[in-house]
Design a protein around this ligand. Sequence first.
Ligand SMILES: [Zn+2]
Length: 401
Amino acid sequence: MDVAAAPLFDIVLRNCHVIDPSQNWNGTAAIGIHDGTIAAFAVDLDPALGRRVIDAAGTFVSPGWIDLHGHWYEAGLYGINAELGLNHGVTTAVDAGTAGFANFPAFHDTAITRSRAQILAFVHISCLGLHATFAEELLNLAYARPEETAIILDRFPGATAGVKVRIGSMTASHGNQAFDLALSSARMAKKPLMVHISAGADEKYILRSLRPGDILTHCFHGNQSRMFEAETGDLVPEARAARERGVIFDIGHGCGSFSWGSAQRAFEHDFQPDTISTDLHRYSIEPPWNVTMPEVLSKFLTLGMSLKDVIAKATLAPAKALGRPRIGTLAIGTVADLVQFRLVEGEFLFTDSAQQTRLGAHRIEPILCIRKGIPYHPGDIQRPLRPLYPCDEAIFPPRRA
Ligand SMILES: [Zn+2]
């Protein structure tokens, strides 16, 4: 046997168009995967080097997508299983505060350490996270626990990313106090704060207070957002100043937080999001929203963003926001998390969270997701969703059999 031709890699992907913003690569390349790691990255590799060879001509490959905002703790009403993302190219699922300090250890032991997807988590400033849709987490400010939240971030540095708070109807009239408590916890832990804005939030106060590296999610929601000047439609000066300081603007599409109108206005004023995320949860995964990462990414192609930029906002940018340069990259020696997809041309109707539609000319369709060197095809992962209850009618009418 010719030793030189013996397979060196478990998988070789060849002839694909690789977009890896972390390495400033946007062109043909081949990738060798071995033992769950990116073992080779070159213009081409000899197919004899692969135990399995994937000829990926006509398709794209990027680092596995990092969904910076979703809900992956199934012991809460919002949570779904993070492995579902492997059907859609998401290799790192970031939990946006589904658990608080009291239930985070259980989230860690039952999901984070067991999931085939990587889960990182923002810990909610409210002790039990997103516990109920009908009596939300900070109607009573006594649930906000800065010190305990910071202790959890210290105890679980590998699994946590920062502190989460939602400001809007869920904080009644004490939104700014709730925000201050969450920010104080993030300061204690020396970690980023992710703040959700929705109707009722004091956006200007929040934007003035956020530090470099803090994340504002639902940046283009359409519910009385005060991110925009009423007269000109331009971003308020506080938003531009926050961007200048290094505050990160995240999408968090969900059921109610992405508006074509807001996004269009922002784009017209040269203000694009830093990161593109789904806010995927028990509700937004269902019709009429049907949120998935590739669908949300495709909407930004429809807004005129380049494919390279869209991919950067789902790989390099969220990795930076998380302070984890070893993910969101295809650099040799990093974990073999990647997605192969095609860019389909046609006429596609995309809806925002208020069911407004826009016609797009391209749709991103995942073909294969590789997480830690293991391949998953769309539909491979089947995880039942929790049953619906009468209280879920607050979000949508249940479709009981
Ligand atoms: Zn959310």
